[in-house]
Design a protein around this ligand. Structure first.
Ligand code: ZN
Ligand code: ZN
Length: 780
């Protein structure tokens, strides 16, 4: 922008600029940063929060104003995320001094609440310094770290609107809070021993346990093998010493969680390297301020109890992110702690002290409580490095409520997500705001959490949806709720097919608005033909799709029972592949009695309670059932995860031969959709089993064969459509071997390959994809 006004020469070197910075710039120390910058450049003017971000006006010598704008971008505080900086020319007014103005001065308040952030290095130094006034204070924080989303009741993000409202700052804290040059300037949760929240211990039946140092006592009890319920940032954790096999098994028994791996927290990166073989990317992911649980290869014999993650070669590992957690690890005896969400199965995580006592009294031996109220439930996030880049699997604490960009403009809408691992999304303009992971929407507790969280985020972002997007499945609780909610408000609804949403989400994450070949490799999703899809090759645009090919349909004997008992899936698949499932050989493979097999075979033949599915997740279950002899699973996809796990040391590529499922065009039905048949593959699997080929080798061949089969299908789709981009999505993309094989193979074929990064490829990411499809359909 050149100088435009005449008469400006009078102030030759003087300039005034208005700067609007959008992004995550509130509650992250941005105003004190700008204040310091203005001081250093000796500029006059002001800064204030405003609807979309912060508004700044600066005035001074031209070179210094320019330096100021440069440095704004280059030196922004660690938790800030700058989406745009717009600079405009203003008339010089001869102002002196730089001010921070109150939010209200600039009109409507901002909508931003930052995500929760791990304790910063400065605060950690104070925590460990006996001379510091916050030595061992479990709630210290500053503008660069601490709780945000989880303690905020409503906007604007100011102390009275947070659960810190009831704690009146002492004179020292207030002075820090008021000083623009202090690290705690406007740090809303600022607190100390004299004025802030505190911790105490309660027995399992809620009786106070009087001790001088509750944290030290908590550590003693953990080391003695007790199960402790520890109140954290987004909810309670249940904790035991992760090296104590007996304690781990007691926790599993009381929580009724037998197979599913438990997350482990360790002191620091050095300790993490002792229990897991970490890549540089995994180390970086562990250290991000969101501190997600990172799935990493465990080192055998490191001392972590076998029962923490039985049957898989990985550990869900994370580092402390709250001062209270750092204090637990300050005791040299503590090497690793199980820190698992305090809930029963897929219920919402407990956050309220009384609620925790009621719900966890039968599980925990004692409680480490505190009085900083958690206002938003938020589980720990889960991530993994897939193909050298981080991929979120469960998006929650540390990420919510940050927006994910959309490649097109959205009118205000709500996308309600799916059934399992639900998270909803609100969209407006170029951003989608996904809720935290809410768990399964199977019951009213789940629905209450959904409604509670929706009300909060609608308020936070001031989004009044005009359209409600839901899954195509008529029976989902999310679908019936969405229709009812829309009807009450007179809003329009859009139904989106499950796998179209998955693929569109992946495309949109990469800014793709053209068509792509979508591989939706998934567990369960309702198809346009009323069947259960999940091994799909789609020709997808953001606003629609055609089904190009799918895995062969096989029956699920007993419906949902076949998800919990994978041997039923194997029976269904082997029946379709032409095996006599009542033969001695097959019975042995299934680990089943002749009687029960006969019953299921009849059900399948007569089509009774045996819905058809093209799901790849179910194919993995079925293969795992025979290869690993896993009849029943304790959690969804357990068999498939174990099948991936045993192959972890096998090479990626083989002569797959008959392991490659074959693409058959124009068969099965009249719709012209190609079918990927698995009969030959099953024969190859069983031949290898009977020849005594080790399970790990069969697993590796199976992974390679499946990848090859879908790559062939994508190549065929390219011949018909000339589309050269493949979007990979669906819950099976959490299988890292499969993801790696698909990407490598597709790239060898010359494809451009897109994978999810900031949105989960599984059902946790579904609402983002629904929002994308909804926005695209409305834009037509
Ligand atoms: Zn800090
Ligand atoms: Zn204080």
């Amino acid at each position: 922008m050149d100088e435009m006004q005449t008469g400006r020469q009078v102030h030759d070197a003087q300039q005034r600029r208005g700067v609007v910075v959008c992004g995550v710039v509130q509650g992250v120390g941005f105003r004190p940063f700008v204040y310091r910058l203005a001081m250093e450049e000796a500029l006059a003017g002001f800064i204030g929060n405003d609807t979309d971000g912060v508004t700044i006006e600066v005035e001074g010598p031209k070179a210094r104003v320019e330096a100021f704008v440069e440095r704004l971008r280059a030196e922004a505080p660690p938790l800030a995320r700058i989406d745009s900086i717009v600079v405009r020319e203003l008339v010089v007014v001869g102002e002196t001094g730089f001010r921070i103005v109150a939010s209200e001065v600039l009109g409507r308040v901002s909508t931003g609440i930052p995500a929760d952030a791990a304790t910063c290095a400065d605060c950690l130094r104070e925590l460990a310094d006996p001379a510091d006034r916050r030595y061992r204070y479990p709630f210290l924080n500053c503008t660069n770290c601490g709780p945000r989303f989880t303690i905020t009741r409503r906007i604007p993000y100011d102390r009275p609107q947070t659960s810190m409202a009831r704690f009146k700052m002492c004179a020292q804290c207030q002075a820090e809070y008021d000083d623009p040059l202090n690290r705690r300037f406007h740090a809303q949760p600022n607190a100390c021993w004299n004025c802030g929240p505190r911790v105490w211990l309660l027995s399992a039946d809620g009786v106070g346990i009087e001790v001088a140092d509750p944290v030290a006592e908590c550590v003693d009890r953990l080391m003695a093998g007790d199960i402790m319920a520890i109140k954290g940032v987004g909810g309670f954790h249940l904790s035991v010493d992760a090296t104590n096999e007996v304690a781990v098994m007691r926790l599993r028994a009381r929580k009724h969680r037998y197979g599913k791996p438990l997350a482990v927290m360790v002191r620091d990166l050095e300790a993490a390297r002792v229990v897991c073989a970490l890549t540089a990317e995994e180390e970086a992911l562990l250290l991000t301020s969101a501190r997600p649980i990172v799935l990493a290869r465990k080192i055998e014999g490191s001392g972590i109890a076998e029962g923490v993650a039985p049957g898989v070669p990985w550990l869900g590992l994370f580092l402390p992110y709250a001062p209270l957690q750092h204090l637990l690890f300050a005791d040299a005896r503590v090497m690793a702690l199980v820190m698992t969400s305090a809930n029963l199965s897929e219920e919402p995580i407990a956050i309220d002290n009384d609620e925790a006592l009621t719900r966890l009294g039968g599980i925990a031996d004692a409680f480490l409580m505190h009085d900083r109220e958690i206002l938003q439930r938020c589980d720990d996030s889960v991530a993994a490095v897939v193909d050298g880049a981080p991929q979120l699997i469960r998006r929650a604490r540390g990420f919510v409520p940050l927006g994910v960009e959309l490649p097109l403009d959205a009118a205000p809408l709500l996308a309600v997500g799916g059934h399992l691992k639900n998270a909803f999304a609100l969209a407006r303009g170029r951003f989608v705001y996904q809720s935290q992971h809410l768990g399964d929407l199977e019951n009213l507790t789940g629905l209450e959490f959904f409604k509670e969280s929706l009300a909060h985020l609608m308020h936070t972002f001031e989004i009044e949806p005009e359209t409600v997007v839901h899954d195509l499945h008529p029976g989902y609780l999310s679908t019936t709720w969405a229709k009812e909610w829309a009807r009450e408000r007179g809003l329009t609804t859009i139904a989106v097919q499950h796998h179209h949403a998955h693929v569109a989400g992946c495309m949109a994450e990469h800014g793709l608005t053209d068509a792509a070949i979508g591989l939706a490799l998934d567990g369960t999703g309702y198809g346009t033909d009323g069947r259960i899809w999940g091994g799909e090759v789609l020709i997808a645009r953001l606003d629609g799709f055609e089904r190009f090919a799918h895995l062969e349909y096989v029956p699920m004997p007993g419906g949902d029972a076949a998800v919990k008992e994978p041997w039923r899936m194997a029976l269904g698949a082997l029946h379709v592949a032409g095996f006599d499932v009542e033969s001695e050989q097959v019975l042995r493979l299934l680990g089943a009695q002749a009687g029960e097999v006969r019953v299921l075979r009849r059900m399948v033949e007569r089509g009774i309670n045996s819905p058809l599915t093209s799901s790849l997740g179910r194919l993995f279950d079925a293969v795992a059932a025979v290869v690993l002899n896993r009849r029943v699973v304790d959690y969804e996809a357990q068999a498939a995860i174990e099948l991936e796990g045993i192959a972890v040391d096998e090479p990626d590529r083989f002569e797959q031969g008959d392991y490659v499922p074959e693409l058959h065009s124009g068969e099965e039905g009249s719709d012209g959709v190609a079918v990927i048949k698995t009969g030959k593959m099953w024969k190859a699997v069983l031949d290898d089993l009977w020849r005594g080929v080790p399970a790990r080798r069969i697993s590796a061949r199976f992974h390679a064969g499946v990848a090859e089969g879908f790559i062939n299908a994508a190549a065929n789709a390219r011949i018909e459509t000339d589309i050269n981009t493949v979007a990979l999505s669906g819950g099976c993309m959490a299988n890292r071997r499969l993801a790696r094989l698909l990407r490598a193979g597709l790239e060898e074929e010359g494809f451009t390959v897109l994978q999810h990064r900031n949105v989960s490829p599984g059902d946790g990411g579904l609402s983002y994809g629904q929002a994308v499809v909804g926005a695209a359909m409305l834009a037509k």
